[in-house]
Design a protein around this ligand. Structure first.
Ligand SMILES: *Cc1c(COP(=O)(O)O)cnc(C)c1O
Length: 375
């Protein structure tokens, strides 16, 4: 059976290592803040070439803690793409900040400095670029813009862990470490997934790191002395132990996903109703999702056709954030962003994962091709 992701197949290939790592945690009963957590944070710092990686309970918490650390005030405006997963805007609203939802670039699905600049007001305090589907937002112009307006930039890199962004001067940074602060998720289906929930925050700023650590741990830097109101957001030792094993394979996993994407590209390039995913010229792509744009209103018919053939596909995302009941109140009646609206109609993500075999991929490709022959 073809699946969007094959977590079982991935586990079986590294079963011996994973099982040992899990058993070790159980044997030592160091369930909370055991040695594997620190080990994982250090390994992540090395991998990302960033000074601080602070593990936490999930990617949504990571965003929330990052924003709490910036001392934003109720009513402050935070610019986010309207085409993203809800978590990005949710934490903004939860902290009584105002999400300002903006359109995205139709080629990369990401926000641009141009789009952001039109949304900046005297109340704007932060920008949250989301590196959607696995490639970096074009960050350099955004960082420049943020500097000029004295704004924070928080990268949501839940979908792009391991992607590399290259600056004009030739230097490069990992996604999440390009601006002051970045956040990620280890949700099982993410590119670096654990076996439950997990997340992390990245920063090169020592003061911010101290604050983030404190907030994630009940606002204390010394046990039972609470300096700020924080939360309880930890990465379980069991999850850290699993992630320690899987981090070693992250680049190999990205390579497998990229190979899969290239096979799709080659097969679909000639189909006029399909737009294959365009690449951001100064970022690598780790293909958390392989997302096609299906033109001429054929998306839903293609999806149903594939389903009948036993090929799953997903719509990320079917509804713009500003049309979600929970977020309507942040926009005026009839508010609409044209590109986001179009993408919600057109996008379709195909199965892509680390265990895709040639036979399955051939089957998926032929199913898509047959649809366009018949329709
Ligand atoms: C998955 C995801 C999150 C949230 O991560 P969780 O670990 O599920 O809380 C946030 N933003 C984006 C873009 C995501 O894809």
């Amino acid at each position: 059976m073809i699946q969007m992701v094959d977590l079982k197949g991935q586990y079986l290939k590294i079963k011996s290592e994973i099982d040992v790592a899990i058993q070790e945690v159980i044997d030592t009963t160091a369930f909370i803040n055991g040695p594997a957590v620190k080990e994982f944070a250090t390994a992540m710092q090395d991998y990302h070439q960033v000074k601080h990686v602070i593990p936490c309970a999930n990617g949504t918490d990571a965003l929330q803690i990052a924003m709490m650390a910036l001392d934003l005030q109720p009513g402050d405006e935070v610019i986010v793409p309207a085409f993203t997963y809800v978590a990005t805007a949710e934490v903004i609203a939860l902290l009584h900040l105002k999400p300002i939802m903006v359109d995205v670039d139709p080629d990369t699905f990401n926000i641009t400095a141009d789009i952001i600049s039109k949304a900046i007001t005297p109340k704007t305090k932060a920008i949250v670029p989301v590196h959607l589907f696995g490639q970096c937002t074009d960050m350099e112009p955004i960082i420049e813009l943020a500097k000029n307006h004295n704004l924070f930039v928080i990268e949501d890199t839940a979908q792009a862990i391991g992607a590399d962004y290259t600056f004009a001067d030739g230097t490069s940074q990992k996604a999440g470490c390009i601006s002051q602060i970045g956040t990620t998720s280890f949700f099982p289906s993410k590119n670096l997934g654990c076996y439950g929930d997990g997340g992390a925050i990245y920063t090169n700023d020592d003061d911010l790191a101290k604050k983030i650590n404190m907030i994630a741990n009940h606002g204390q830097s010394k046990k039972y002395y609470h300096e700020v109101v924080g939360c309880n957001s930890r990465l379980d030792t069991l999850q850290a132990a699993i992630l320690n094993v899987k981090l070693k394979y992250l680049d190999t996993y990205a390579q497998a996903r990229r190979q899969c994407a290239e096979n799709y590209d080659r097969a679909f390039l000639g189909i006029k109703e399909l737009q294959i995913p365009k690449r951001q010229y100064n970022s690598t792509h780790v293909f958390h999702q392989y997302t096609l744009q299906v033109k001429e209103g054929k998306r839903d018919a293609l999806k149903s056709y594939l389903e009948l053939q036993g090929v799953p596909s997903m719509i990320y995302y079917p509804v713009p954030l500003y049309k979600q009941v929970a977020f309507k109140k942040y926009v005026t009646d009839g508010f609409a962003l044209p590109i986001t609206e179009q993408l919600c109609q057109d996008v379709l993500s195909l199965p892509i994962h680390t265990e895709m075999d040639d036979e399955s991929q051939k089957f998926i490709i032929e199913a898509v091709q047959n649809f366009f022959i018949e329709n």
